[in-house]
Design a protein around this ligand. Structure first.
Ligand code: AN7
Length: 424
């Protein structure tokens, strides 16, 4: 049996492995708005002295389950899997040159099966749910979590309920959630409202909650760190930059790098740098003001709908990750996000949704501010695929040119000087 503890990061209380618990029951106190759900976040802790580092360094298999020595399951487990992970790490010299740095890599998580990094967390979370014998799964979502959960729930033959903020979810994500058979609710409220109600619903109806407050989700997502280090020859980049919404992913990637160090596979941790949208930046504010707790934002707003989140549940873990790694937090405007989305698409052929482009926009901004050295080895994580949000593309790019099926007309057009299609 794999030994691990489910432990509160705030008070240290431990919970049995077969207990369905999302936040600590021991240190529950009133939350920022008086809600009774703010016990400390939980973490999965292993006895690292019993983990053979060779099983990570010489791992077999592909993707998330390649690293099962550091996942909370016995080796015999049959995962609910659709080949998640194993995404490309592109070296982006052209983009690096144009923004003025020496070494830039992009880890394109948009090439996961559902088109976002959420699949890494869901394969682990849903496999755990099946092991626990749950009768259904649920989440609140800005879109990608629901798309991913719907797929894994279908694979596991579990009923799936998802709550989406009405009118604020990109089209591709809604398409996935309904196609794969989830019961989809369009909630009159924003993501934070949806998460608040789904947490209560899951407790009362004994449905398994698969938002990133569920610590098993982050166990899957930490494999992003393992893949980055492995592809660099078990080396660690100087800095990892990624968009931050509910703040689970930055916490998970930090944990992955920390575990590699604990096992003696690597010797450093990258500066973890989180980027939020200017209209939804509670973590950036807390980081800059040196505060332990965030002040929730009531009306978060950004075109990067994936990270339109005002009350990020994993803030405590994320602030720790950024501070203890010497990293940082910055916000970018919707215009900066759009510009970065175009740069990635046209200079490197990497198609990402707006939230993902925040990583590149943040890199540019931090360079201009002098916060990042030009010789740092940098990895940006692009979290979701371009096709998630086709409506945004239509808004910012010139539409296709309507033309008669006439070679003469077309000839004239292709002989005129080539102009890349304009945007904005
Ligand atoms: C493309 O789907 O929160 O900081 O409900 O879809 O770990 O929350 C999505 C988040 C970044 C932020 N990029 O990650 C959801 C949801 C993309 C995302 C994030 C999300 P976290």
């Amino acid at each position: 049996m794999k030994e691990y503890d489910v432990k509160c990061i705030r008070c240290g209380a431990r919970f049995p492995k077969d207990d369905i618990v999302y936040t600590c029951r021991n240190c529950v106190s009133a939350g920022p708005r008086g809600e009774p759900v703010s016990g400390g976040l939980l973490d999965i802790l292993y006895d690292y002295s019993k983990i053979d580092r060779e099983r990570i360094v010489k791992a077999t298999g592909e993707g998330v389950w390649r690293y099962r020595a550091l996942l909370p399951f016995d080796d015999e487990i049959k995962p609910i899997s659709i080949n998640e992970g194993n995404t490309p790490l592109y070296r982006c010299d052209r983009l690096a040159k144009s923004i003025g740095i020496e070494e830039l890599w992009v880890k394109h998580e948009g090439l996961n099966p559902s088109g976002s990094f959420k699949d890494r967390g869901m394969t682990v979370g849903v496999t755990k749910g099946v092991e626990l014998g749950v009768k259904g799964v649920a989440c609140a979502s800005t879109g990608n979590t629901s798309a991913s959960l719907a797929i894994f729930a279908a694979k596991a033959r579990l009923p799936c309920y998802v709550l989406l903020p009405k009118g604020k979810v990109a089209l591709g994500k809604v398409a996935q959630a309904i196609m794969h058979g989830a019961k989809v609710f369009s909630l009159k409220g924003n993501f934070d409202d949806a998460l608040r109600v789904v947490r209560v619903l899951c407790e009362e109806e004994s449905i398994y909650l698969l938002n990133s407050v569920n610590p098993y989700r982050l166990e899957g997502q930490k494999t992003i760190a393992f893949e980055i280090a492995e592809k660099l020859g078990w080396a660690v980049p100087d800095r990892v930059i990624l968009p931050v919404g509910n703040a689970g992913n930055i916490s998970a990637i930090f944990k992955g790098f920390s575990e590699l160090m604990t096992l003696g596979i690597t010797t450093t941790i990258p500066r973890m740098t989180g980027i939020q949208a200017a209209g939804a930046k509670p973590i950036v504010n807390a980081f800059k003001e040196n505060k332990e707790e965030i002040t929730p934002e009531d009306n978060p707003e950004t075109i990067a709908s994936a990270i339109r989140i005002g009350n990020p549940v994993n803030a405590a873990k994320a602030l720790h990750a950024m501070r203890s790694s010497g990293g940082g937090a910055e916000s970018v405007t919707d215009e900066e996000i759009t510009e970065a989305q175009l740069l990635l698409a046209r200079q490197e052929g990497i198609g990402v949704e707006p939230a993902s482009a925040a990583s590149i926009a943040g890199l540019k901004k931090l360079l201009e501010m002098g916060e990042i050295e030009r010789d740092e080895r940098i990895v940006c994580v692009t979290t979701g695929h371009l096709l998630k949000d086709p409506e945004r593309v239509i808004q910012i790019c010139e539409p296709p040119i309507e033309v008669e099926a006439d070679v003469d007309v077309l000839r004239k057009m292709v002989r005129s000087p080539f102009e890349a299609m304009k945007c904005m």
